[in-house]
Design a protein around this ligand. Structure first.
Ligand code: BEZ
Ligand code: FE
Length: 289
């Protein structure tokens, strides 16, 4: 096959796409166009092509109800954050979003101020109080917003990865009061590596990249009449903020976890000193009527 017939092949494949759905037509046409361009650029040997097929096969085989290796693949290639950026352009007053990640799971509802660290985690970790408000773009409070929160423990594991943690540890759902306020007790999260025991780990090693994510707490906030936001709050000063393995850090989401050693203030938040205090006000985008 000469150069001319290589190009003819791309055109021939595209000419066969006859979707009744215009968006499907566009996506499939561009998929073939860009995939063929990539192959022409890289000129893989047959052995390399079979290696790629084997990689994708094993990526699929690694997926189950607790593990989504394809999302991780998209995350480490920066594709998840590219989709996030495209879908959240120019809404300056609204809290920025970031990757959902693979560790969200069903959680129980809590009253304001309850502790999401269960059993030995609560005793082992560094006590932390997280508080703030959920607001509309005009600054008015959003009452009855739900905040679904989840995080790693003090050594970087989520409950779903770790048989030693009680189930639903370090995750929970809170509701804002009439002033839009929320607060909960937890422990300070730690930086952790994304799972590296599958094909995505091989990809990171082959790229000479580390697997670490900076310490963070996940939030999925929902309120009637507003668009959901899925985001994190990152711990200021973490050594991996500049090199997050999944490119999820945005400056506006980095906040201080302030150490507080005052017994009176600890008592007010129902913790013992010293503790960490993290504050953040989230702003949701209103749905158009
Ligand atoms: C997480 O933050 O939980 C996460 C996000 C992307 C990939 C792996 C983990
Ligand atoms: Fe996470």
């Amino acid at each position: 096959m000469n150069n001319q017939s290589e190009n003819a092949l791309t055109d021939l494949v595209i000419s066969r796409i006859k979707s009744e759905n215009p968006r499907n037509q566009e996506i499939l046409t561009k998929l073939v166009k860009h995939l063929h361009a990539f192959i022409k650029d890289v000129e893989p040997s047959e052995a390399e092509w079979f290696q790629a097929v084997d990689f994708l096969t094993r990526t699929g085989q690694k997926c189950d109800d607790k593990r989504q290796e394809f999302i991780l693949f998209s995350d480490v290639l920066g594709v998840s954050m590219l989709v996030d950026a495209i879908n959240h352009r120019s809404k300056s007053a609204i809290t920025e979003t970031t990757v959902k990640g693979p560790f969200h799971a069903a959680a129980q509802r809590y009253e304001a101020g309850e502790n999401i660290a269960r059993g030995s985690e609560a005793e082992r970790g560094e006590a932390t109080v997280v508080h703030g408000r959920v607001l509309a773009p005009d600054g008015n409070p959003v009452a009855n917003a739900t905040l679904d929160v989840w995080q790693s423990d003090d050594i970087g594991y989520y409950d779903v990865q770790d048989v030693n943690q009680p189930s639903m540890n370090l995750r929970g759902i809170f509701t804002t009061n009439a002033k839009g306020e929320f607060w909960f007790r937890t422990i300070k999260p730690a930086a952790y590596p994304v799972p590296t025991d599958g094909p995505v780990g091989e990809l990171l090693r082959a790229s000479g990249r580390h697997a670490m994510r900076p310490a963070h707490i996940h939030f999925w906030i929902k309120a009637d009449g507003y668009h959901d936001i899925i985001t994190h709050l990152f711990v200021e000063g973490d050594e991996y903020l500049e090199s997050d393995a999944v490119f999820g850090v945005k400056d506006s989401l980095i906040i201080p976890f302030v150490k507080n050693s005052t017994p009176d203030q600890a008592a007010q938040w129902k913790v013992t000193a010293p503790f960490y205090e993290a504050h953040y006000d989230f702003t949701l985008a209103q749905k158009s009527k």
